[in-house]
Design a binder for this molecule. Structure first.
Ligand code: PHB
Length: 387
C-alpha cells in the first residue's frame, strides 16, 4: 500500500513537472557579435546596452520568451569574422544573430546567416550589399545603409552652395560606399568631387592627407570616420588649423558618441544622420532618461540602433507569440513593423533597411543638435536586391 502511494505521488510529481516545463518555453538565444576591443569598442558596447535596455523595459521577455545572451568580440576584424560568427551559429546554436558595427565583418556575418538560415539583425554596419544583392527575409537592419548618410550630406552641401569638395575616409566598404552616396547627391546638386583621399582601416596617420587638403583648398571636406578614429581625425583637422579655413562635414558618425573626447575641436561641425541627441519628443526624452539612469551615460545613435534592433525582434516574436518555428510569419512581421524609435517612427523597406528621415545636426557642447530635416523618409535604392 505504502509503495503504491509513493509510486503515484512520484508519477504525479513527474507529470506536474513536465506540464510546468511545457508551459515555460526555453529562452530565446540571442548572439551578439560586436566589437569589444579596437577603434569601434564603445560603439559595440552602446549597441548592446541599447538592446538590453529595451528587453529590460519589457520585463526581460520578448513575445513571452526569456532572452539568453551569447557574446563574441569580433574586433572589427573581417579576417576573423567567419570563425567568429560560427562560434555563435554552430557552437552556441543561437536563434538570432545581432551584429555588427564594421561593414566588412557584417558582410561575412550575412553570408554565414544566409547559408545556415539564421535570423540576422544588423544594428549598425551599413554595407549596401546587405540590403542590396544579399537581401533576404532573414536579414533586417535597424540602422542605415552606407548610402543614406552619404547621400543626405551631399544634398546639404550642394544646397549650401559648395562647388568643389574633397572626401577623406578609410578604404573599406563603409568609407567607400558612404563617399559614393555623398558624390551621387553632391554632383547631382551641381558640385564636383575633386579628389577622394583614403587610408587603410583603422589607421589614424592623417598628417600627409591633411597637408594635401591644405594644398588643394577645396570649398569643403566630407569625411567618414567613426569611434576612436573619428576622435583623432577631428582633433588633427583642428590642430592643423583647417577648421578655420575649410569647413568639415561628415556622416554623423564623425561626431556621434565622440564629442566628449573631441572637445573644442568638434564644436560647430555639421553632419547628417538618422538621429539627433536633442530630438524633443516624448519618445526620445523617455529613452534618453531611461538609458542615462541605467548606464550612467548619455545615449547616442549606436544605443538607439541597438534598442531598435530589440524592438524589431519583439515585433516578430509578438506576432507569433514567441513560437520561433513560425519563421515566415515572424520575418513578415519584422518587415511590416512601424518602429517607434527614439529617432522618430520609421518603416522597413522590402529589402530590410530603415526608411527614415535624415537630420542635419550641429555639434554643440556634448550634443549633436537637430538643425533641420535634410531629407525626409529617405529610402536606400536597394540596388541589386531581388526579392
Ligand atoms: C561600418 O563599417 O559600416 C560603420 C562603422 C562605424 C560606423 C558606421 C558604419 O559608425
Amino acid at each position: 500500500m505504502k509503495t503504491l502511494f509513493n509510486f503515484t505521488t512520484a508519477a504525479a510529481a513527474l507529470l506536474f513537472a513536465s506540464a510546468a516545463h511545457s508551459q515555460a518555453p526555453a529562452p530565446l538565444k540571442v548572439g551578439f557579435m560586436l566589437p569589444a576591443t579596437g577603434t569601434f569598442a564603445s560603439l559595440g558596447n552602446n549597441i548592446e546596452s541599447g538592446f538590453k535596455l529595451f528587453v529590460q523595459e519589457q520585463g526581460g521577455k520578448l513575445g513571452g520568451r526569456e532572452i539568453q545572451y551569447f557574446k563574441v568580440d569580433d574586433e572589427s576584424d573581417p579576417s576573423k569574422a567567419t570563425d567568429n560568427v560560427n562560434k555563435l551559429i554552430k557552437r552556441d546554436q543561437v536563434d538570432v544573430l545581432v551584429g555588427t558595427v564594421h561593414s566588412g565583418v557584417a558582410l561575412a556575418m550575412a553570408k554565414a546567416a544566409k547559408e545556415s538560415n539564421t535570423l540576422l539583425i544588423v544594428p549598425n554596419a551599413g554595407a549596401d550589399a546587405i540590403t542590396g544583392p544579399m537581401c533576404g527575409p532573414n536579414i533586417v537592419r535597424s540602422s542605415f545603409s552606407n548610402w543614406q548618410p552619404g547621400y543626405s550630406t551631399g544634398v546639404v552641401m550642394a544646397q549650401k552652395g559648395y562647388k568643389r569638395a574633397m572626401t577623406i575616409t578609410w578604404n573599406y566598404a563603409a568609407g567607400n560606399e558612404t563617399v559614393k552616396g555623398f558624390a551621387e547627391a553632391f554632383e547631382k546638386g551641381g558640385g564636383k568631387v575633386m579628389k577622394d583621399l583614403t587610408l587603410p582601416f583603422p589607421n589614424v596617420e592623417f598628417q600627409a592627407l591633411l597637408t594635401e587638403i591644405a594644398a588643394q583648398k577645396p570649398d569643403a571636406v566630407f569625411a567618414f570616420f567613426a569611434g576612436g578614429g573619428a576622435v583623432k581625425f577631428v582633433k588633427d583637422y583642428a590642430a592643423a588649423g583647417l577648421n578655420k579655413s575649410i569647413p568639415l562635414y561628415g556622416s554623423g558618425f564623425l561626431t556621434d558618441g565622440t564629442l566628449e573626447a573631441q572637445g573644442s575641436a568638434a564644436q560647430g561641425i555639421f553632419t547628417t544622420l538618422h538621429y539627433a541627441d536633442n530630438l524633443d519628443t516624448p519618445r526620445n526624452n523617455a529613452f534618453r532618461k531611461s538609458y542615462a539612469l541605467t548606464y550612467k551615460a548619455n545615449a547616442d545613435v549606436y544605443a538607439v540602433q541597438g534598442y531598435d534592433a530589440a524592438q524589431i525582434l519583439a515585433a516578430g516574436l509578438n506576432a507569433v507569440k514567441g513560437d520561433f518555428s513560425k519563421r515566415d510569419a515572424m520575418t513578415t512581421a519584422m518587415r511590416k513593423v512601424v518602429v517607434d524609435s527614439p529617432r522618430g517612427k520609421f518603416t522597413i523597406s522590402p529589402a530590410g533597411n530603415p526608411v527614415q528621415d535624415m537630420f542635419l545636426r550641429q555639434a554643440t557642447g556634448n550634443y549633436n543638435e537637430f538643425r533641420s530635416v535634410a531629407v525626409k523618409a529617405l529610402a536606400d535604392p536597394a540596388r541589386g536586391c531581388k526579392l
